[in-house]
Design a protein. Structure first.
Length: 351
């Protein structure tokens, strides 16, 4: 099985309805389904995120759903100067100096992972969960156990996602479970407004790092990881597109690639296709493809540099062992396409 086909099974098994919808509509640059607009084309994706006014707290958006479940007041759930100040502050915390200050928190986890891998097979998912939790705790000032914080952030994201992603059947009680999970997460944070930050830091890390490492192993890229881990990390984040869809809402009428958007339209921005993750090499703008999984312009995720640094360090840790993938299993209830188990071994499997 190729690295690409193996990674595709994560979508098929963890988010089958979403994957089927994206696959069926991929060749339509912009497609309207009632008041929902699917956006696949990279240029349309760029235009919307850089030119079209968006409502961050509208119904069915990530921010809107999270605000409804927590009573509002979350980081980035502000307007005007307050919102701009929050983004500037976080940009500093996640800039080069901020990432350098955070690195010791995850490096301890990687040191332990390397020791465990030298001794035998290891499941990468629990290690990455601890890494993500330790990073989130450092970012938010939480004194909670890193694994407990990560698990709470996972539950909050998973239950929230199920209130606004497509499903085959109704989900009775989904709203109640989402509220309970949100309350459990905020109880672990000194400032409840940091719930969105914790959710993003944990879930994107869990979706990205194990899948990228498995792709690297299956494609035999460990020598590249040894010589240029940062460049490989950036490319693997494009290929795996941890956040495949960005749910947003139009705050004003607009026209994109000849398609009319109306104020209040629900927008499903397919970051996976804007990044051309289905291609080995982007056919369009490579800079756009590399950045697309993290959004663009003023709507870009400020944690992009953090994600690239963490993955580069993970690849650097694993590369000397040239690990092989022994087993992977998709997580059927995760908010983002993720592994529930990713077993690596420093020795090849017997033939």
């Amino acid at each position: 099985m190729t690295a690409r086909s193996a990674d595709r099974t994560v979508y098929l098994r963890s988010h089958p309805v979403l994957f089927a919808l994206l696959a069926a509509t991929r060749r339509r640059p912009v497609l309207r389904l009632g008041r929902t607009v699917l956006v696949h084309h990279p240029e349309a994706y760029r235009e919307i995120l850089t030119r079209v006014p968006l409502d961050r707290t509208a119904e069915h958006t990530t921010g809107g759903t999270a605000a409804r479940l927590t009573g509002g007041g979350l980081l980035f759930d502000q307007t005007g100067a307050e919102h701009r100040d929050s983004r500037r502050e976080l940009a500093v915390r996640l800039g080069s100096d901020g990432v350098a200050a955070l690195r010791p928190h995850w490096q301890q986890v990687l040191d332990r992972l390397e020791s465990d891998l030298a001794a035998g097979p290891v499941d990468l998912v629990p290690a990455v969960r601890r890494l993500a939790g330790a990073t989130a705790a450092a970012l938010t000032g939480s004194t909670a156990d890193p694994v407990a914080l990560a698990l709470a952030a996972e539950r909050a994201a998973a239950t929230t996602a199920r209130t606004h992603l497509p499903a085959l059947l109704p989900r009775p009680g989904a709203e109640r479970r989402a509220r309970r999970a949100a309350a459990q997460l905020t109880a672990l944070l000194p400032d409840p407004r940091d719930a969105m930050l914790a959710v993003a830091a944990v879930n994107t890390t869990l979706a990205a790092l194990p899948r990228a490492a498995a792709w690297c192993a299956r494609a035999g890229l460990w020598e590249q990881a040894r010589t240029d881990a940062p460049a490989l990390a950036a490319e693997l984040l494009r290929l795996t597109a941890a956040s495949p869809v960005l749910p947003r809402a139009a705050a004003a009428d607009a026209t994109v690639l000849g398609h009319r958007l109306r104020r209040g339209d629900r927008l499903l921005l397919v970051a996976r296709h804007a990044a051309e993750a289905h291609r080995d090499t982007p056919t369009g703008d490579p800079a756009l493809a590399a950045q697309a999984p993290f959004g663009l312009g003023r709507h870009a995720c400020p944690g992009a540099a953090l994600a690239r640094a963490q993955l580069a360090d993970l690849l650097t840790t694993l590369a000397p062992h040239h690990p092989h993938v022994r087993h992977t299993a998709a997580h059927p209830r995760s908010a983002l396409p993720s592994y529930r188990r990713c077993l690596l071994s420093h020795r090849p499997e017997p033939q």
